[in-house]
Design a protein around this ligand. Structure first.
Ligand code: FES
Ligand SMILES: [Fe+2]
Length: 354
């Protein structure tokens, strides 16, 4: 097969334009304060802050005068003043004051981005503002809900967000990339249940194993045989969800006892086509009210996700330094969900290009 193969041309990759008509996390809610915060996302630089009413504001970070980042400026009421020559902007992006000049050209305006604050995160819309539909927000109800304990972590990854989604949809890599953190040897050969219904793309696996410490320690199941059901779901360009449902095979659960479950929201926001912000929020229904377990699981998860980061950055390096050598990536059966996701992203990009 050559790279001119039409089936291959329908797959998103690191060269595919980003999907702008979608919601993406731009910050943890507690990062946005009355001090301006600069954040590069979606091939755009934003300045984020809270207005006097406490609501978050996102404006283009690039001053209309000489492009100095407004994040280095200061807030005045609901507005922000540039720290270079002092232009003042209102929270809707309009320039409302130019020192030494009385008349303000009406077109002098920063772009303002629609935001939604929901639970622990703030999401922004990068398409046309009038198309920003809150009903399309992919925020799941359990994320930040009081009946789930939560820990949040973050990594900056120098790779394509398409590869990040693909990595998360093919968990056969747990046995090889994560043998000391997440994975157990059974994983790679476990049968895979694919559930692809339109744009809902899910993969499930069930293995019997001794759980890795990230789950065994909080549950005090070290050394026990357990069943581990794991699901990976592509939800939207900015969200992937992994679910783990755990059952101790040496101890019968009572009928009304909920199985220990962990849901990890992976909030994937491209910075550009080859860099991404990666927030992850682990939500569990066991070992509740234990900040020590939050810390333990967060650091175990960062250790494992740093292994993914290594793999994705090494793949990106191969594509960069070896890009002119003839090479055609082959697909194997565990790629089915990833290929469905890549076709979907490519179709979205094609629709946005019309
Ligand atoms: S660059 Fe902002 S006022 Fe000059
Ligand atoms: Fe991984």
């Amino acid at each position: 097969m050559s790279d001119q193969d039409p089936a291959r041309a329908q797959l998103a990759d690191a060269t595919t334009p980003l999907i702008r008509n979608a919601w993406y996390v731009v910050a943890r809610a507690d990062e946005i304060t009355r001090a301006p915060l600069g954040r590069d996302v979606m091939e755009t630089s934003l300045v984020l802050y809270r207005g006097e009413d406490g609501a978050p504001v996102a404006l283009q970070n690039r001053c209309c005068h000489r492009s100095f980042p407004l994040a280095h400026g200061s807030l005045e009421g609901d507005g922000i003043r540039c720290g270079y020559h002092g232009l003042l902007y209102a929270r809707d992006g309009r320039c409302i004051e130019i020192p030494m000049q009385d008349k303000i050209p009406p077109h002098l305006c920063l772009r303002a981005y629609p935001l939604v604050e929901r639970g622990p995160f703030v999401w922004a819309w990068f398409g046309a503002a009038d198309a920003a539909d809150e009903d399309l927000l992919p925020h799941p109800a359990w994320l930040g809900a009081p009946d789930w304990d939560i820990y949040i972590g973050y990594l900056l990854i120098n790779a394509s967000y398409v590869h990040m989604h693909e990595n998360l949809l093919d968990l056969s890599h747990l046995s090889f990339l994560h043998p000391k953190t997440f994975g157990t040897p059974e994983y790679a050969r476990a049968p895979v249940e694919l559930a692809i219904k339109g744009t809902d793309i899910q993969v499930w696996r069930r293995v019997e194993c001794q759980l890795p410490d990230i789950y065994a320690v909080p549950l005090q199941w070290q050394g026990c045989r357990a069943e581990r059901s794991s699901g990976s779901q592509f939800v939207a360009p900015g969200l992937h969800v992994n679910t783990g449902i755990l059952r101790n095979l040496e101890r019968a659960a009572t009928a009304d006892e909920a199985l220990p479950t962990i849901r990890v929201a992976q909030l994937i926001t491209p910075i550009d086509r080859t860099h991404l912000h990666y927030w992850f929020a682990g939500c569990r229904n066991f070992a509740r009210g234990r900040p020590d377990i939050d810390d333990f699981m967060r650091s175990a998860q960062i250790k494992a996700f740093t292994e993914d980061q290594f793999a994705m950055e090494e793949i990106a390096r191969m594509q960069r330094v070896d890009g002119h050598t003839p090479h055609t990536e082959m697909h194997i059966p565990t790629d089915a969900a990833g290929l469905a996701m890549r076709r979907h992203l490519r179709a979205l990009a094609a629709r946005e290009a019309l």
